[in-house]
Ligand binder design. Sequence first.
Ligand code: SF4
Length: 551
Amino acid sequence: MSARRDVEPRSVPKKAQGQWALGYREPLNKNEQGKKDDDPLNVRQRILDIYSKQGFDSIDPGDLRARFRWFGLYTQRQEGIPGGKTATLEPEELDAEYFMLRVRIDGGALTAQQLAVVADISSTYGRDVADVSDRQNVQLHWIRVEDVPAIWEKLEAVGLSTTEACGDCPRVMLGCPLEGVATDAVLDAGPALRATVDKYVGDPRFSNLPRKFKTSISGCASHCTNHEINDVAFVGVVGPDGTPGFDVWVGGGLSTNPRFAERLGVFVTSEEVPEVWEGVVSIFRDYGYRRSRNHARIKFLMADWGPEYFRQTLETEYLGRALPDGPAPESSPSHRDHVGVVPQVDGLVAIGATTRAGRTSGTALAGLAALAEKYGRGAGGPRVRLTAQQGVVVLDIHPDDADTVVDELRGLGYEARPSAFRRGTIACTGIEFCKLALVETKGRAEAIREEMERRLPDFDTPVTINVNGCPNSCARFQVADIGFKGMITKGADGADSEAFQVHLGGQMGTEAEFGRKFRGLKVTAAEAPDYIERVLTGYLERREGGEPFAA
Ligand code: SF4
């Protein structure tokens, strides 16, 4: 079957958008110039040869604030700088001489040995701080450039890396933590995910994209990797002839212009995933908008093109063949995680547990690795997974050991039988380390969670409370039941004070919609529990039967 051309894009931008495929090769902003000047992947050698030996002050600014990201390194926020003051500061005033280091963990999949190494790095080089991100990465803090070579050596010795963990490139690829063991999965997407990672991460053909590129490849029945908000997502479905494969979604993303991904309407087999992924990311590289950073994600191209034109371009210009039509997922829940004791296909169980709004420590991660070693019964060795809800999962536990493992997880700070509030609260990095932050997040999220557990101890309905330090929405405020977006407001005395804009009633799934922003509705951190209590108490009074929470 050959591909035909008969569809037009939905709209064409009035002004040229710096698309390479249309001949606009001259960089139109400093980020594009920096990528043109030198492939960001080349910075690795300079870190090894120069910067780690000569120290922070030797780092070229173009490397420090741009190319370092391709290896997961962001400068950390200087301590003590309040939100709202950053716009008036020079970059040097904002940068601490320490880094956040993101370890990419595709599919959130770790052996106990790999996790022990990450834990050791946190304790040895990162003041024992570790965050599980909602993209299944581990983020370390307080990292010195002098220590990066030793850290890479330790990571690479166990098959991990920080390559393309940040930057305008293919970042970590999400996968279901129960991939390969879930009893209700549509298919095991693990092989397709690993083949795609192995083939393309670090490939210089894709190290200069217009912006970041987020991927999900999952066969999870509850869609725990949130395909709707990825740049490209392969979603497990049963194909036209009863064979499992993937439905392809393109163009999702949050930040300041949130957009849900749209289906291309094609059916892709597991073996075809890498090729189709390459086609989609190549379209983004060649046709993506490079004029403005704020307009460069693939969602803006999809908004203009529409899924029919996107599919046609993929088939005619990149694959050279038509893909068969395929079905959409049958249904999709709005609340998604893998918390609790869950049966595996082989008679063992997986045990999923929450962190504290993503925050954990090297010491706790080492304990988690040891626990997996002690109780994991998998034929391939002990395994741990990280989730897109900032949680952890220990695989391959004998059912007789489940209660013991739940207790030992609790001792490490991981809760497998959490309250609705602990289960549903996530937070981004916030002002503690993030240079873009306006407000503190992780501590606030924990304080809100504790207060809500005290006020509504019997609240038993899934609810998501997503706390974000700025409009970039790293913790997805637009798709939470109760989403908090950090902002600076004027207090009664006229001084700047931290607050949250509230977004209410967002969700993903079959009824996906973005939360509504009520004009003027902002709360301080201290007021947040009162506000949440009012909303949830109203829900409890109104609900009928098992009706889920809907703001
Ligand atoms: Fe930083 Fe903003 Fe992202 Fe939070 S949402 S981690 S404050 S950029």
